[in-house]
Design a protein around this ligand. Structure first.
Ligand code: NAD
Length: 288
């Protein structure tokens, strides 16, 4: 059984980014630059943004955080994003969710230029993803968490062609893009959701399970077949201990698996690396 080491993988990714961005600095006179827009003081968002800043330093990428008050209006937010779209020194724009009440998040997201959409969630980039084929991601950013899931599968040399995959969750930022990326690799994909019937039976058929439900220890050992690959995207608070845990009962599921990702220390660590890689990719596309 391989217990995926997200720490090592993230360290390698940041090191590789640092080397590339040093090279870009000497070639183009500046480093790739990410701007993160955050409105209000949501605790989870502030932690995520602080982690972006810390990891951007390690990756040699400039990261500027634009902190706006909880009272900011939709128009002000969109104006700010339009300014960033015009600014040639800004390569990537991340709008941190949640936005304050009364602000239409979709309108704000759609205001981001698709060329700077490091989250890959504008309608233009969603359409590009759904029309994409295997290894055909050079024109847009693949959403960060799905990009990390695919990286893990690649790094652990999981064969996807012809395999049965079940993705639990159909959100626009995780479940749906992961399912498309798996299909691009010729896996046969089932997307399960809150109305799916007899999920345990579906999961027992799966060679690959991607859990993106948001429910602590939702996937239990009786649902997993021997030798399965289990990617745990969930970030939950364990109701018993109060500590962070995933969507999978890792302790009991791991002995059955060929590969499993821990929480913490798995997918989550790579998501920020994917964000910084997407920033560097936007920089390169802008130069060309
Ligand atoms: P979401 O709430 O948007 O989606 C959850 C999905 O789970 C929905 O599609 C829903 O239909 C499905 N679901 C709910 N109950 C179910 C059930 N009983 N059976 C089958 N499906 C069920 O959540 P999301 O934004 O996709 O995030 C999912 C999890 O991943 C959360 O824990 C979130 O914190 C985590 N997450 C982690 C990262 C990371 O970098 N590791 C990034 C984004 C989200």
């Amino acid at each position: 059984m391989i217990l995926f080491d997200g720490k090592q993988s993230a360290a390698d990714a940041l090191q590789s980014l640092a080397e590339k961005s040093t090279q870009l600095l000497s070639q183009y006179g500046r480093r790739p630059c990410l701007n993160v827009v955050i409105a209000g003081d949501d605790y989870g968002s502030m932690r995520y943004v602080a982690s972006c800043e810390k990891n951007a330093i390690k990756a040699g990428i400039d990261c500027k955080v634009i902190r706006l008050p909880q009272t900011v209006s939709e128009i002000e937010l969109i104006d700010r994003i339009r300014q960033l779209n015009e600014d040639m020194t800004v390569d990537g724009i991340l709008v941190q969710m949640p936005l304050p009440q009364g602000v239409d998040a979709n309108k704000v997201i759609q205001a981001v230029s698709p060329d700077k959409d490091v989250d890959g969630i504008t309608d233009t980039n969603t359409a590009r993803l759904w029309k994409s084929r295997k290894n055909d991601y050079s024109r847009f950013c693949v959403p960060c968490t799905p990009r990390s899931v695919m990286r893990i599968l690649k790094e652990t040399i999981v064969e996807l062609d012809g395999k049965q995959a079940v993705v639990i969750g159909r959100s626009n930022i995780v479940g749906l893009p992961v399912s498309k990326l798996l299909m691009n690799e010729n896996a046969t994909v089932t997307v399960a959701h809150s109305h799916t019937q007899n999920l345990p039976a579906l999961l027992r058929q799966a060679d690959i399970i991607v859990a993106a439900v948001g429910k602590a220890r939702f996937v239990t050992a009786d649902m997993v077949k021997k030798g399965a690959v289990v990617i745990d995207v969930g970030i939950n608070q364990d109701p018993m201990t109060g500590k962070m845990c995933g969507d999978v009962d890792t302790e009991r599921v791991a002995p059955l698996c060929s590969v499993i990702t821990p929480v913490p220390g798995g997918v989550g660590l790579l998501t920020i690396c994917s964000l910084l890689e997407n920033t560097l990719d936007c920089f390169l596309r802008q130069q060309h």
